[in-house]
Design a protein around this ligand. Structure first.
Ligand code: PEP
Ligand code: MG
Length: 588
């Protein structure tokens, strides 16, 4: 942290994960359930504690209803349904009666009594071997936090305050971020997190400036302070001085100018200056993101992260619902392709109310993506049938995440064939020649890519995971974020192996990890022979400009040189050198 003594401006440095500047009043969310004080009360004060408790329950109920309504309006009724379970907790007679009994017997303040009773309930439920009851434990904890904050007279700990604000939180899960109501959250900053976490990816696609990995910012700031967030440089500036504000106004004016110039590229092709076309598509998380894809001039969707359909709800999406969603998106982007990735649940994307993946020691090495799908055939087949049926509406392709080797790929393919057979039997239409691809995001798949390429129509490299698994650096751990090196010589070799294996088998290969949207690395990716780049929709214009200024021979030469370099920094510098020569203005 640094302090400008004259004006008491405080600066906190973290990792900027979603560019742009946001200014406003902050709302701090801490995990402060441990601070529930205990004090004795006189028998004559029991009635007063009961009244406080009743008011807090009413207030909590109103807050939940209000939040539910806002989410229903902005995101949809299904996402809002998650709060039905929270409302049930506030009305739970057994829980409330036990609090009243304990108040009489223990003669302690009601927040302490309520916390004791609710914690005992959720602890008991969380130990029962039943996913539904375990999830009720989570609901109880959430509601307990709200009720106690209301009893303590603190601002409610909800993700969407009524007024536009900047959110400061210890951590935000991808599902928290998905329910963030964009109009109200101007920007956010968190203690934890890193650039390739799904929370950061979501922030970029929602265009919310964000800084993560600030370690203990929630301890240092208080709700109500004025803050400026610089999501490009990873800065949180408290009480910015007039000079700082003036400087940021200039930066924003420059950003707006570049954005306007880039908009003009919308109708142009992402073709290198020597005439080599690189397919430039966009990644989406939510169906509504498709508007930004079209607005930014992407050539379709290179990665649709369908797992977000499963988050923040109480029931799994059925075949009909999924079919409708996929059909609409496919129709909107047709004739351009839409690559639907089957759900990648697990890791940092948990759907605790519907999918029973909990408490793993190493979630990113655990029951995730295709592994979970192959063990939950019904859920998996439901999705595959929905995707196949939607294939009639547009140019739909299917892609499987976290394939580690041939066995897994074969099992997956045979399930896909079963689904096709089921659809044929029930006379349901689908495109028989729907293309199927594998994500290459596990080193074992990259190393065996030559064989895998024989069984699929395309590869899409998930560099976010490939890098974390190749270097053994947890992609969401801010303490080791500096070790997460996309230009590590080992990563470069893996990428080259995959691209060469694809081309040897005459299939195309793309990159859909965040590396594809990093304009300092585009020369490397083109030099490696990538046929497609799929990036966050808002990155499309920049990447397009970068591609248009490059030529294949210079990029190939760059890769030849880079293969002889030994450190990530040397490789990055070499790529940056070419990027700077061709489109230095974009890198500034
Ligand atoms: C990746 O791993 O690079 C990828 C695109 O998938 P996700 O970020 O959803 O894991
Ligand atoms: Mg991945």
């Amino acid at each position: 942290m640094s302090v400008n003594a004259e004006h008491n401006e405080q600066r906190f440095q973290g990792a900027g994960v979603s560019p742009g500047v946001a200014r406003g009043v902050i709302h701090v969310i801490r995990d402060d359930m441990d601070d529930v004080a205990r004090y004795r009360i006189e028998p004559g004060h029991v009635q007063h504690e009961i009244s406080r408790f009743e008011s807090a329950l009413i207030q909590t109920r109103m807050q939940i209803l209000e939040l539910q309504q806002r989410i229903a309006e902005s995101i949809g009724a299904k996402d809002a349904a998650i709060f039905d379970a929270h409302l049930l907790v506030v009305e739970d007679r057994t829980l409330i009666d036990e609090v009243l009994r304990k108040l009489q017997s223990d003669l302690c303040n009601v927040e302490w009594v309520f916390n004791e009773v609710a914690s005992k309930y959720s602890e008991t439920l969380s130990k029962i071997d039943d996913p539904y009851l375990r999830e009720r434990a989570g609901d109880i904890e959430d509601v307990t936090r709200r009720v106690i904050r209301n009893l303590q007279g603190k601002a409610p700990q909800i993700l969407s305050e009524a007024e536009p604000h900047i959110l400061i939180a210890h951590n935000l899960t991808p599902s928290d971020t998905a329910t963030m109501v964009k109009q109200h959250v101007l920007g956010f900053a968190t203690d934890l997190g890193s650039r390739t976490s799904h929370t950061a990816i979501m922030a970029r696609s929602m265009e919310i400036p964000a800084v993560v990995g600030l370690h203990d910012i929630t301890e240092k700031l208080e709700s109500g302070q004025q803050v400026l967030i610089d999501g490009t440089n990873g800065l949180v500036i408290v009480d910015p001085t007039p000079e700082t504000l003036a400087k940021y106004e200039e930066i924003e004016a420059w950003r707006r100018k570049v954005a306007t110039q880039l908009k003009e590229l919308r109708e142009t092709k992402s073709t290198t200056r020597d005439g080599h076309h690189i397919v430039l598509s966009a990644n989406i998380e939510l169906p509504d993101d498709v508007d930004t894809v079209v607005a930014n001039g992407a050539e379709g969707i290179g990665l649709y992260r369908t797992e977000f359909l499963y988050l923040n709800r109480n029931t799994l999406p059925n075949e009909e619902e999924q079919y409708e969603v996929y059909r609409k998106v496919a129709d909107r982007v047709a004739p351009d392709p839409m690559i639907i990735r089957t759900f990648d649940l697990g890791g940092d994307k948990l759907a605790p109310n519907t999918v029973d993946i909990v408490d793993e020691m190493n979630p990113f090495l655990g029951w995730r993506a295709i592994r979970f799908g192959l063990d939950n055939i019904d859920i998996f087949k439901t999705q595959l049938r929905a995707i196949l049926r939607a294939s009639v509406a547009g140019n739909v392709k299917i892609m499987f995440p976290m394939i580690s080797g041939l066995d897994e790929l074969r099992k997956t393919m045979s399930i896909l064939h079963e689904c096709k057979e089921e659809l044929r039997k029930s006379d349901q239409e689908f495109n028989e020649s729907t293309e199927v691809g594998a994500m290459i995001e596990i080193p074992s798949a990259a190393i065996c890519a030559e064989r895998l390429a024989e069984d699929v129509d395309f590869f899409s490299i998930g560099t976010n995971d490939l890098i974390q698994y190749a270097i053994a650096v947890d992609r969401v751990n801010e303490k080791i974020a500096h070790l997460y090196e996309p230009t590590h010589p080992a990563v470069l070799r893996l990428l080259k192996m995959v691209a060469d294996a694809a081309h040897k088998n005459n299939i195309w290969v793309g990159v859909c990890g965040e590396m594809a949207g990093d304009i300092s690395l585009i020369p490397l990716l083109i030099g490696l022979g990538m046929d497609e780049l799929s990036v966050g929709a808002t990155r499309v214009p920049r990447v397009k400009r970068a591609v248009q200024t490059l030529d294949v021979p210079s990029c190939r030469q760059l890769v030849d040189d880079a293969m002889n370099l030994h450190t990530p920094q040397e490789i990055l510098q070499r790529s940056l050198q070419l990027a700077n020569e061709r489109y230095g203005d974009l890198l500034g």
